[in-house]
Design a protein around this ligand. Structure first.
Ligand code: C2E
Ligand code: CA
Ligand code: CA
Length: 535
């Protein structure tokens, strides 16, 4: 309402009050004799004026009181609905404030493979994981630190007034928060990996949007390198260029099938027999060996994993056929990436390759790691079932390091467990680990599975494994992964026989504690005879 119009009720109420009062005063003092109707009209005018005046005053009072309260937009919480932490705009504002108060750091914290998590668990459980992570982060935040959720699975932590050197310690603290798995919905345990990107500023901070994109770039690099955290390198362009160049080179190498397979034997302790070989991918780029963990994760990110796996399967089966032709009958294990199991075309492709190379399905073992959770009822479950139905064997890799191993064992028929190297190394000096290994071996036996000890490096480990009843080992102590020609030579020099088919239930077995050092002797001198340098 225009100001002048708004004043009209006040003017009228003042006139009514003044007029009414004047008539009543005049009537009361008796200067004039006023007729009764006039006096009543004056009373009505006075009362009406007072009412109007009061209403106006109350409205003004209300306006004053309301305007002193926070207005509705200010009341809208600066909080993210899902996590209860600051939302994107609020944490960005906190970041801007922090850059004005002195040196500090920004950490961007991102969950690895969150998309898979959403897919395997469903949105409700994945949201629950986000909430739980948010509250772990909030509980661990130091005084003055500001925490927010930028979106999806991405959190931001601002540490104002801190020296850049403190940022790494903060990132380590964040990483340690996920050491304990998360419990969701039906009691499934979920283990998370985080990638943290760190950017720090001193007296002359860059703009907030620059800080955010620098932290993102550092986070991307951490993930691509398979590292839990990475700091922003001021030479940003060169970092990004390096990453893109490497991904491009990998794409080319996969297309031209330049990746190579090395092979590492698995040996039966009792008989000295080579029960199979594991194929491990190698990529040499510009004279440098790139770690398989790095290029496999790059291949996953770049959508190359299906063609990479296909090429390696082709190569491995081709090699087995060549060994066959040389009179060396071997079975081969090929590693699958968790993402391969989401590819419904995989089982058919595997069967075609087996057929093309004339290899019986039982001579191919597919190793699946259990570090990425895969509850049943999923696409990966169906792919596993179809693979299994086609006759190929399945193995659980890195057994003991993930969350889903027992689920796998309950829900799928697998043929082999590969006990993670961390158990093998620790069981020598730690009784509890020894007990875990011994019961895993016993469980494997009851389920009719081979238990393979991975990464065996020392003779004491062999001794402990024999005492546990574990019969099959793989590791540098026997032979590191080597190119096929070297493995052929090694097999000719060392192996008395090889076993291409699955072990028969009546095959040679060591009994608990009974084999003693004689079991090592059973290796027939295989131990320690591999090429000296691990590769
Ligand atoms: P993994 O499947 O657990 O393979 C065993 C790793 O342990 C190999 O590392 C092998 O070289 C190493 N190793 C063997 N014996 C010993 C030992 O006595 N001591 C120690 N400390 N290590 C030993 P590598 O070749 O660097 O491969 C690392 C990982 O990369 C593999 O772990 C596997 O997860 C992945 N990977 C390798 N090749 C492929 C592939 O073709 N496809 C997929 N999806 N992943 C692959
Ligand atoms: Ca493996
Ligand atoms: Ca392994």
């Amino acid at each position: 309402m225009p100001k002048r119009l708004a004043a009209i009720p006040t003017v009228i109420s003042a006139a009514l009050v003044a007029g009414g009062t004047a008539v009543l005063v005049a009537a009361a003092v008796g200067t004039h004799r006023w007729p009764l109707p006039t006096v009543l009209t004056a009373v009505a005018a006075l009362v009406g004026g007072l009412v109007m005046w009061w209403r106006g005053t109350r409205a003004r009072l209300e306006a004053v009181v309301l305007s002193s309260l926070p207005s509705p937009p200010a009341l809208a919480a600066p909080l993210d609905e899902l996590s209860g932490l600051l939302h994107r705009q609020a944490i960005t504002a906190e970041l801007a404030r922090a850059t004005e108060t002195g040196p500090g750091s920004l950490l961007i914290i991102d969950i690895d493979r969150f998309r898979d998590l959403n897919q395997y668990l469903g949105h409700a459980c994945a949201d629950d994981v986000l909430r739980q992570l948010g509250s772990r982060l909030a509980r661990s935040a130091g005084p003055g630190e500001r925490l927010g959720r930028l979106g999806a699975d991405e959190f931001a932590l601002v540490t104002p007034n801190s020296a850049p050197a403190e940022a790494l310690a903060t990132a380590r603290r964040v990483r340690d928060l996920v050491e304990v798995p998360f419990q969701v919905g039906g009691g499934d345990l979920v283990r998370l990996d985080l990638s943290v990107g760190i950017v720090s500023w001193d007296q002359n901070p860059p703009r907030v949007d620059q800080l955010l994109s620098q932290a993102h770039e550092a986070r991307r690099l951490a993930r691509a390198q398979g590292l839990p955290m990475q700091r922003w390198d001021p030479d940003r362009d060169s970092m990004a260029t390096r990453r893109l160049a490497l991904a491009d080179a990998l794409r080319r190498s996969v297309r031209r099938e330049e990746l190579q397979l090395y092979y590492q034997p698995k040996v039966h302790l009792g008989t000295g027999e080579v029960v199979g070989v594991e194929a491990l991918a190698r990529w040499q780029h510009e004279g440098e060996m790139i770690s398989p963990e790095l290029f496999v994760s790059m291949a996953e990110e770049a959508g190359l994993i299906a063609s990479l796996t296909r090429g390696l399967l082709d190569q491995a089966l081709g090699q087995v056929a060549r060994w066959d032709a040389q009179g060396l009958r071997l079975s081969v294990s090929v590693n699958l990436s968790p993402r391969n199991l989401l590819d419904p075309a995989l089982p058919r492709r595997v069967s075609q390759l087996l057929e093309r190379h004339g290899i019986a399905p039982r001579r191919l073992v597919l190793e699946i790691t259990e570090t990425t959770l895969m509850p049943d009822r999923t696409r990966s479950g169906e792919v596993l079932e179809r693979l299994r139905a086609s006759g190929v064997r399945l193995s659980i890799d890195d057994y003991g390091t993930g969350n889903a191993a027992l689920n796998y064992l309950r829900d799928f028929s697998v043929d082999e467990l590969k006990l993670d190297r961390s158990y093998v190394a620790a069981m020598v000096s730690d009784e509890r680990t020894f007990a875990i290994v011994a019961s895993t071996v016993a469980m494997g036996r009851r389920l009719g599975l081979d238990v393979v000890a991975e990464g065996v490096e020392r003779i004491e480990e062999v001794d402990a494994l024999i005492r546990c009843g574990c019969e099959i080992i793989q590791g540098y102590l026997v032979c590191p992964p080597v190119p096929p020609a070297e493995l052929t030579a090694w097999l000719r020099d060392n192996a008395r026989s090889s076993r291409a088919d699955p072990p028969s239930p009546n095959g040679p077995r060591l009994t608990d504690g009974a084999a003693g050092p004689g079991g090592i002797g059973g290796l027939g001198g295989l131990v320690g005879r591999g090429p000296a340098q691990p590769r």
